[in-house]
Design a protein around this ligand. Sequence first.
Ligand code: DGL
Length: 279
Amino acid sequence: MSDPRPIGVFDSGVGGLTVLRELQQQLPQESTIYFADLGHFPYGPRYQAQVRHFALNIIRFLEKLDVKMVVIACNTATAAALNTAREVFDIPIIGVITPGAEAAVAVTRNKKVGVISTEGTLQSQEYLHTIREANPTISVFPKAAPKLVDLVEAGKAQAPETEDVLREDLEDIQRFGADTLILGCTHYPLLRPLIGKILGDEVTVVDSAETTAARVKRVLAKNGLEYADHETPRHQIYVTGSPERFTKTARILFGQDLPPITTVRLELVEAMTGREGAA
Ligand code: DGL
């Protein structure tokens, strides 16, 4: 069996592109639709109920575009909406928290794991629960690092001001003695060069892009949903806000291979999905 339908992937902005890039690398034959909810960026400081409302609307929109699976390429939205989404929709839905947490559990030697994330993800305590579920003897040090999200979205992943913020955000985790750091926000993998510079080789940095893509591959295979033919895949991007800043940062990741970007109006997404108003 071969299923040519695209995989839907979404985030509030450029962060989820780190997951999309890995998906395209591990599953080069699959078509994708990426949705960036720029009109509601950032998700991190918002109430969970509101992020859940946005996420469910986006999944409905992607479902109308006939995706065969959805990847919530955003930790904040995974924490807020994954369980509900799985109750509401019939297509497989994959989040980014469990893959990252499991990867950290597998690599930590001193059983001290640091997690940087948005405020929303920290409040949900999803990383703590998932790690403790896998191994109750691991200590977890969570830290919200919201300024980094804005800096990455603004294309300042390598800027000196970003290095200053990062040094401050990582200080407590270094003092805690973590040998493993989870990048609990999909925007952060873009900061890897700076993180490596600050932490050196002592700390293993884990992001969920690779492990999430591996999980997508397994779930597609298990359900007979892979696309096995060799026609060129089609990639599309939808955004709900002004695409200029997004496009600039996205080009750092995709270069000339950046898929075409279509701006959709938020009201249109709401209308298409048959829901009006915000939560
Ligand atoms: N990239 C997202 C995450 O993983 C959200 C960042 C934001 O919108 O605050 O949490």
